[in-house]
Design a binder for this molecule. Structure first.
Ligand code: HAM
Length: 429
């Protein structure tokens, strides 16, 4: 007996579930193409160091959640926990990080050793978008509206956009100094997790879920008060433009995000229809990441959407797949070859063609075609095959026989006419 099971926090996606995944991916990709965003693919496996430097050693993602191992050459490797650091690396390494104005997207599995629950897995999937080389406030707006539009196109309900600004490096480090000083004085009033974060990742304490700590933090110094005029102005313009575009948002001064590379704009989109794992999208500006990783100074902004959460939220209409257009019933040595030839021909018309490979009785094959609700059935027995012919039966909606026609395999014109007038009519409109 085989006792193998998948690892905790990973899932098998079976054919019926994948219909929804494929529909979701299609809607997303179409919207990205319309927004002239181009795809980039980077390896799932990277040097551990990339994420330690890129995301930050003090972050939970790097310090607690990363899947790392030594390969046979004793190199420390990591399964990517996110895509931004990899994209930055790929652009620097390929000498194109300075190419102006690159809009990029990627989709694929990411890995984080977290406690699995609905909407949270150890292997999960993200759609990520990165606008590299973009500095203007308008790029912040464009990236936020792109995320918003994708989620709306997917029919996700009860969307809430939260925004904040983290200021520039100087603003943040001035705040951090004052904040850490205050935290040390008030250490005993904080929960244990927050106490541990004081030296590792103090900003993260701001978005604690602990009620008592939250209350204590009411008296702490505020990042907002440390923002330079330039950072404040930038933030004000973003809020104004979002209002003009009628994208509803709320300001969350405690939104700091879990990765170290952010500067200025940070945002998250949640859906009220999800339970505790409500964040479907997170992103922000990261103007220093590329230079920190050895590239030239290059401003950038991006976001990532968690696809598992989208699948949980999107509607039943995305579970529908295209029906079979033609089922080819065939029996006999000559019929089998003719059926194969015909199926290849028909697939050139972008029809879904199911070729029966069972070799069982005609009646069994018909039953299978009925079960699939195929719009039409082609029947080929050896008698027809020897004459190089086949019979097409078309069914109307009630699934009763509608039309029948005999066509020669050599008569491409007649076949095309039949296909055009009976199966492709809707598509050509
Ligand atoms: P993040 O906030 O860590 O950002 O992740 C983005 C989204 O991925 C989350 O909002 C959530 O929907 C999904 N997600 C994260 N962890 C899990 C998990 N364990 N299971 C299921 N879904 C999950 C980033 O990763 C940044 N790289 C986003 C970014 C791109 N910022 C700038 N550019």
């Amino acid at each position: 007996m085989n006792n193998f099971k998948n690892l905790r926090g990973t899932v098998d996606l079976l054919p019926d579930q994948l219909i929804k995944w494929q529909n979701v991916e299609k809607i997303i990709i179409e919207q990205l193409i319309r927004s002239s965003v181009k795809e980039i693919r980077t390896p799932i496996l990277e040097m551990t160091e990339l994420f330690m430097r890129g995301i930050g050693e003090g972050t939970d993602v790097v310090s607690k959640e990363m899947y790392t191992f030594l390969d046979k050459g004793e190199r420390s490797c990591a399964l990517r926990p996110e895509g931004t650091a990899s994209v930055a690396r790929a652009l620097i390494q390929n000498g194109i990080s300075t190419k102006p104005f690159q809009k990029l997207w990627y989709m694929g599995p990411m890995f984080r050793y977290e406690r699995p629950q609905a909407g949270r897995q150890r292997q999960f999937h993200q759609l990520g978008v990165e606008f590299v080389g973009y500095k203007s406030v308008r790029s912040d707006i464009e990236i936020i509206t792109l995320a918003w539009d994708i989620l709306e196109k997917l029919g996700i309900k009860e969307l809430n956009l939260e925004i904040n600004t983290l200021g520039n490096n100087v603003d943040r480090s001035n705040f951090q100094k004052a904040f850490v000083k205050w935290l040390e004085v008030n250490k005993n009033f904080l929960d244990l997790d927050s106490q541990k974060r004081i030296n590792k990742n103090p900003l993260r304490i701001l978005d604690t879920k602990n009620v008592q700590t939250k209350k204590v933090l009411d008296d702490a110094p505020r990042l907002f008060d440390f923002l330079s005029t330039e950072s404040l102005e930038r933030y004000l313009i973003i809020k104004e433009k979002l209002k003009l575009l009628k994208i509803p948002f709320i300001e969350n001064k405690n939104l700091v995000r879990g990765l170290d590379y952010y500067t200025h704009t940070a945002f998250e989109i949640t859906s009220g229809s999800l339970g505790s794992q409500a964040t479907v999208c997170g992103g922000g500006r990261y103007d220093n990441l590329i230079s920190q990783m050895g590239g030239t100074e290059t401003p950038a902004i991006g976001f990532a959407i968690g696809l598992e959460r989208i699948i949980l939220l999107s509607g039943k209409e995305l579970e529908e797949s295209r029906d079979t257009d033609i089922y080819i019933v065939n029996k006999g040595i000559h019929a089998e070859i003719l059926a194969m030839e015909l199926s290849r021909k028909l697939r050139n018309y972008d029809l879904i063609v199911e070729l029966d490979l069972s070799g069982t009785s005609f009646s069994k094959q018909f039953k299978k075609a009925n079960k699939l609700k195929s719009k039409s059935i082609i029947v080929i027995g050896d008698d027809e095959a020897l004459k190089n012919e086949f019979v097409i039966r078309l069914f109307n909606n009630e699934y009763s026989k509608n039309k029948e026609e005999t066509i020669s395999i050599k008569d491409n014109i007649k076949l095309e006419k039949w296909v055009q007038s009976n199966l492709l009519l809707d598509k050509n409109l």
